[in-house]
Design a protein around this ligand. Structure first.
Ligand code: UD1
Length: 421
């Protein structure tokens, strides 16, 4: 397995362009199953999760062709299987959102349940109850969700919590159902909005994406479309934090500025300067970091996917910060690795108390999940000596060429390939 080796102490400077959003890409790829016509996607990030999603689509009989570095043509003219196998779904939970589109297209689907993951139980009960409400017969057998419906029918669906994946799955089942579906307490994340845009350009009738109530009027058929994936707001936030933690000065060229309000507000509270220039964001820090209170929330609140990175930053603040994680129950695994680097963090349930001004010192650390890995890289950027991050495949799931990007900004970072090959 590759490792990433960082020699800390360099301030990051320069301009950088964001890759396409991982979390927007994955459901959009699954949406391509809804039509037999080709779908053209641009700004698709080259990530391990995208590779896994494409492998799943190919197993279903979908043809996939890269037309350029970030341009894809996908055609689901012939679906030959309706099964998403365990070995793929367990490596990437987001594959579970293939259930809705497969069912809508084929009238049946067999999709493995994803199981637990490093950041919590992450059940799929809301996906299942929502799709059941549309008239699907669903049973769980041998670890697989087996669903069939000769015809899906529009319905009112209330989500207990605004799950991103459940909203996407139900939306994709509802676009070809008979009549009107209303999803209440829907997720408002920009990635849900991007999926709605993609489905709309395929001929779907969707109103309210980006609000808590999404209305979908089912249509008989969907057609091919072209769609450009939105830039990755989590990559943007991670780079902003990299500028803040190193006392650097970065410009992010294609930043989704209006999706980053909570992140910008919290970084400003730490004493980091953030200025928005049209579509660009400039972030720099020259003053000492101040401690803050931070609470993760569904969009437009502060994203859980940036909590680990903020924790790394707050180890450098002058004072005590309090972080509360409200989305996932076990998302402080990175804290244990940060402790090994000299951080002072106490965890109690969903709260972490971070006493700042820690002199971090490099250590061999292990990535446990995607965003946790990024927090270790960020800590490595300011740690004394050498930090060696193993299990880098977690990073490759969601950050495109992260080592090359950070190197281009002045970081002393290199990827050491696995000697075994
Ligand atoms: C998506 C993102 C992930 C992000 C998360 C929250 C993708 C591919 N992943 O994950 O990066 O961290 O949103 O912003 O877009 N829940 C249930 N029952 C369900 C579904 C979810 O109880 O059926 C719970 C989860 O356990 C969690 C909360 O709802 O506590 C939010 O999860 P959800 O929004 O579904 O996250 P994902 O879609 O899996």
């Amino acid at each position: 397995m590759d490792r990433i080796v960082i020699h800390g102490g360099r301030r990051l400077h320069g301009s950088i362009a964001l890759s396409g959003s991982k979390n927007a890409t994955l459901p959009v790829l699954m949406a391509s199953v809804l039509t037999s016509e080709p779908v053209l996607l641009s700004n698709v990030p080259r990530l391990r999760d995208v590779k896994t999603a494409l492998e799943l689509l190919q197993r279903l009989g979908v043809t996939v062709r890269w037309l350029g570095p970030h341009e894809l043509e996908i055609c689901a003219a012939n679906i030959k299987s309706c099964e998403a196998p365990y070995e793929l779904v367990k490596t990437m939970r987001a594959s579970f959102v293939v259930l809705g589109p497969l069912l809508a297209r084929c009238g049946r689907a067999r999709v493995s349940t994803p199981g637990g993951c490093a950041i919590g139980a992450r059940p799929v009960n809301l996906h299942i109850s929502g799709i059941r409400a549309l008239g699907a017969k669903i049973q769980l057998r041998n670890g697989y969700v087996e669903a069939h419906a000769d015809r899906l029918r529009g319905a009112r669906v209330w989500l207990d919590n605004p799950s991103v994946g459940a909203t996407e799955n139900i939306m994709m089942a509802a676009v070809r159902a008979d009549g009107r579906t209303v999803i209440e307490n829907a997720a408002r994340e920009p990635e849900v909005q991007d999926l709605a845009r993609m489905l709309t350009s395929m001929g779907a009738h969707i109103a309210g994406a980006g609000t808590h109530v999404i209305e979908i009027e089912g249509v008989e058929r969907l057609h091919g479309a072209e769609h450009q994936i939105i830039p990755d707001r989590i990559e943007a936030g991670s780079l902003m934090i990299a500028a803040a933690i190193t006392g650097g000065d970065l410009t992010i060229e294609n930043a989704p500025v209006d999706q980053l309000d909570a992140v910008i507000a919290k970084l400003r509270e730490t004493g980091t300067t953030v200025i928005t220039q049209d579509k660009a964001l400039r972030v720099w820090r020259s003053a000492p970091l101040r401690p803050i209170e931070l609470r993760t929330l569904p969009y437009p609140g502060f994203p859980t996917d940036l909590q680990a990175q903020m924790m790394a930053l707050l180890t450098q603040a002058h004072g005590t910060s309090v972080i509360t994680e409200t989305i996932f129950e076990n998302r402080f695994m990175h804290a244990l690795e940060l402790l090994r680097m000299g951080a002072d963090i106490v965890m109690k349930g969903a709260t972490a108390i971070v006493r700042g001004s820690s002199r971090l010192s490099g250590a061999p650390v292990m990535a446990t999940d995607l965003r946790a890995s990024m927090s270790l890289l960020l800590a490595g950027l300011v740690a004394e000596n050498t930090t060696e991050v193993s299990r880098v495949y977690h990073l490759d799931r969601g950050y495109e060429e992260v080592d090359a990007k950070l190197r281009s900004l002045g970081a002393d970072i290199e990827r050491v390939p696995d000697r075994k090959g």
